[in-house]
Design a protein around this ligand. Structure first.
Ligand code: GLV
Ligand code: MN
Ligand code: MN
Length: 411
């Protein structure tokens, strides 16, 4: 029976485009940073589509939105979803694809009048990207009980705004306790955001592992002075230290090799003027590895480097951890269900792969059997307005999601 079900790609693409148009920048960037007015507009749009499908909508205390489609029996729903916030230079697909493909799957089931045994749920989780408030994957982390809602609500952004106020301001401070709806299983569909599938010319993968992630924010305080008159040996230059840290992180990841990656993605200097030695620098460090022990070793090397740098440059350096998630092995039963679904659609053997990016699925894996489906990203580009996935691949992923949800909800 499930074999005859098929999503309609024009509808999915239409909604991706409509959601992407919210606050889109002239260069094509999607800009729905968590808990901004643009995020609210995106949320409202997706919520209206949930309503059109007849879903019962719940909003929890951290602003996660969960739409439920009843089953033949009560009980734990099979959940899919992702996020609708973006980085400030996002593309059309990161997050939105998983949520809107979930809604398209529901639309198909509504049309054919197929009621699954268990209820189905489509969720979008608050602040997955973590660019404004840290940690990332915040809504799903709270949902899974890994962070208290009170602590999350008290989170402050760099601009001084408090998450609790922003959530209320945009109208998404819900009342449902976080995690009240415990899923039977969770499956998340996402673009790969890396080059593996595109390079191999493959349409699909089941994600069986997700690498560990460590973020820290480093504040360097030096002394501001005149760029022309201050002898080099008398400087306490926060800008120079920021540059040294970026170079060290790059060299460290290269030296360690294997799966180790390291990124300094943000450097803010004060006063940030051409002829003034920087008094202060704020530097972010993102370290990731599939091996938690090696990731801890990379963190240790950074710690030693920062202490040496503070000493030799006569500056103070403080580091605050802003996110840390260990690697996650996904559930074999869900992976095999994805593989069977792909097989039914003609994909005999699909790759199992590791996710380099963080996803809400890694948090849901704490409370229920979880796995993910990836489709290719052209040239492996993501967090960039050039992010693109061929419509044929969007359709394949959404169809595999649909089959997987139905099988899990009927088991
Ligand atoms: C989430 O997008 C991440 O940083 O991996
Ligand atoms: Mn994402
Ligand atoms: Mn992202």
């Amino acid at each position: 029976m499930e074999q005859t079900l098929a999503i309609k790609i024009e509808r999915l693409q239409g909604q991706l485009t409509e959601l992407g148009a919210v606050n889109r920048a002239p260069d094509g960037s999607c800009r729905r940073v968590a808990l901004t007015d643009a995020d609210a507009m995106g949320r409202d749009l997706v919520r209206s589509w949930m309503r059109d499908l007849g879903l019962t909508i719940h909003i929890d205390r951290i602003g996660n939105v969960i739409g439920i489609r009843g089953g033949q029996s009560e009980g734990r729903p099979v959940m899919t979803g992702s996020h609708v916030d973006t980085v400030a230079t996002g593309g059309l697909y990161d997050g939105a694809y998983g949520v809107l493909a979930g809604l398209e799957a529901i639309r198909v089931l509504n049309e054919v009048g197929l009621k699954t045994q268990r209820p189905l749920a489509v969720a979008f989780f608050t602040n997955e990207e973590g660019v404004r408030f840290q940690p990332d994957m915040m809504g799903s982390l709270v949902y899974a009980g890994g962070l208290s809602v009170e602590e999350a609500l008290a989170t402050k952004a760099e601009d001084g705004s408090v998450l609790r106020d922003e959530l209320s301001r945009i109208g998404y401070a819900g009342t449902m306790p976080c995690g009240e709806i415990q899923p039977h299983a969770y499956v998340e569909l996402h673009i790969e955001q890396g080059p593996v599938l595109h390079t191999a010319g493959e349409a699909l993968a089941a994600v069986d592992f997700l690498q560990g992630i460590s973020w820290q924010k480093v504040t360097i305080t030096g002394v501001s002075n005149h760029a022309g008159t201050t002898p080099m040996r008398l400087r306490h230059d926060a800008g120079y230290c920021a540059g040294q840290i970026a170079a060290f992180v790059r060299a460290l990841a290269t030296r360690m090799g294997g799966a180790q990656v390291g990124t300094v993605g943000s450097i803010q200097l004060q006063p940030n003027l051409v002829n003034v030695i920087a008094r202060k620098a704020i530097v972010t460090i993102d370290l990731r590895n599939t091996n938690d022990g090696l990731l801890a070793e990379a963190e240790r090397e950074v710690r030693v480097f920062l202490a040496d740098l503070a000493r030799t440059e006569g500056v103070t350096i403080e580091s605050v951890r802003t996110a840390q998630s260990p690697s996650v092995a996904f559930d074999v039963h869900i992976i095999e269900t994805i593989e069977r679904s792909a097989k039914r659609l003609g994909y005999k053997s699909i790759r199992r792969m590791t996710s380099g990016a963080g996803h809400d699925a890694q948090m849901l894996a704490r409370i229920c059997p979880t796995a993910m489906i990836f489709v290719p990203s052209v040239d492996g580009v993501s967090h960039n307005p050039r992010e693109f996935t061929e419509p044929v691949h969007l359709a394949i992923g959404a169809n595999v999601l649909l089959q997987t949800l139905v099988e899990l909800a009927n088991e």
